[in-house]
Ligand binder design. Structure first.
Ligand code: NAP
Length: 284
């Protein structure tokens, strides 16, 4: 390929870190190219714009696309083939064309798994019980990744029916046992003991509402670790509270890097060292 035409479809996109990540990666492996933001609204005329961009990938005019909110599910019926992860999760964040076939993958799930393995080190799977807060798109990827790695996962959502729907749709595709509960203090007080990992997959605590926490004040179990998917701010209220209680905790910048790195390798076949990705966003 003479020039790599990459980009991101979503809305809104002003705060996306993806251009600086992928431009640094292209530069690191000496590939000429660009990474363009395509802010596409979910409603008409956005849909025809979306179809137009997918056609450009199919014709080879674009080399590959990332997809984010609100299009991760909308693109599913517009693609020819889905990877098993994208099909089970029901969301796509990476698109490319191979031999005239338009493919969709979900790199959030393996991206999360790679980063949580780095975070937990040899403790990954030692206490294979996880509690995931939220039952939206990111929660689906996290639950899929953990349950495929053999974890039993409890999903806590403020709307119990959303957690129950997630369990019903994902359980047939994964090995670990899934359970749905309400995200409330008295329910979680019963669940925290024995949890090796608590994951925040809600947007609560994101900039600008950085004083908020999704955790309802229940005492953390001694052996647990906290992974907050939010990466803006770098240390969320949840992460600060967990550390103050003596619990290991991290935000989700590593997952952002890993999902980008997997998408980049999918498009270009090139592996870029982790430090390149990390340095690309270290100033944010
Ligand atoms: P989403 O599809 O909108 O799902 C959000 C979930 O959080 C839903 O279950 C929602 O419930 C729940 N929620 C929202 N506000 C809540 C509140 N005040 N209290 C309790 N629950 C609440 O969003 P998403 O795509 O899953 O993203 C979730 C978070 O993950 C975002 O902060 C996003 O930036 C982050 N994320 C990070 C990465 C990474 O690479 N680190 C990747 C993907 C996502 P309702 O449906 O009832 O509102």
């Amino acid at each position: 390929m003479d020039f790599w035409r990459l980009g991101l479809i979503g809305y809104p996109l002003e705060h996306s870190l993806s251009p600086q990540l992928h431009l640094a990666a292209l530069q690191a492996v000496n590939l000429p190219g660009e990474y363009v933001l395509y802010p596409v609204r979910p409603l008409p005329p956005g849909q025809s714009e979306l179809v137009g961009l997918l056609l450009q990938v199919w014709r080879g005019e674009l080399s590959g696309l990332n997809v984010t909110i609100p299009h991760k599910q909308i693109v599913l019926p517009l693609l020819d083939q889905l990877t098993p992860a994208a099909r089970a999760i029901g969301a796509v964040n990476t698109i490319w064309c191979e031999d005239g076939v338009l493919w969709g993958d979900n790199t959030d799930a393996p991206g999360f798994e790679a980063d949580v393995r780095r975070f937990l080190g040899s403790d990954f799977g030692r206490l294979p019980y996880a509690l995931v807060l939220g039952a939206g798109g990111a929660a689906r990827a996290v639950v899929y990744a953990l349950a495929q790695a053999g974890w039993a996962v409890t999903i806590a959502a403020r709307r119990l029916e959303q957690a129950e729907a997630l369990v019903k749709s994902l359980q047939p595709a994964v090995t670990g046992t899934l359970t749905a509960v309400s995200l409330s203090a008295h329910v979680l007080a019963d669940k925290v003991a024995g949890m090796g990992l608590i994951v925040n997959a809600t947007p609560v605590g994101m900039t600008p509402k950085t004083l908020a926490s999704p955790w309802p004040g229940v005492t953390f179990a001694e052996d647990t670790a906290v992974y907050d998917l939010i990466y803006n701010p770098r240390d969320t209220r949840l992460v600060q509270d967990a550390r103050a209680a003596g619990v290991r905790a991290t935000t989700g910048l590593g997952m952002l890097i890993e999902q980008a790195s997997l998408a980049f390798t999918r498009w270009t076949g090139q592996q870029v060292p982790y430090e390149v990705w990390r340095d690309a966003v270290s100033e944010n």
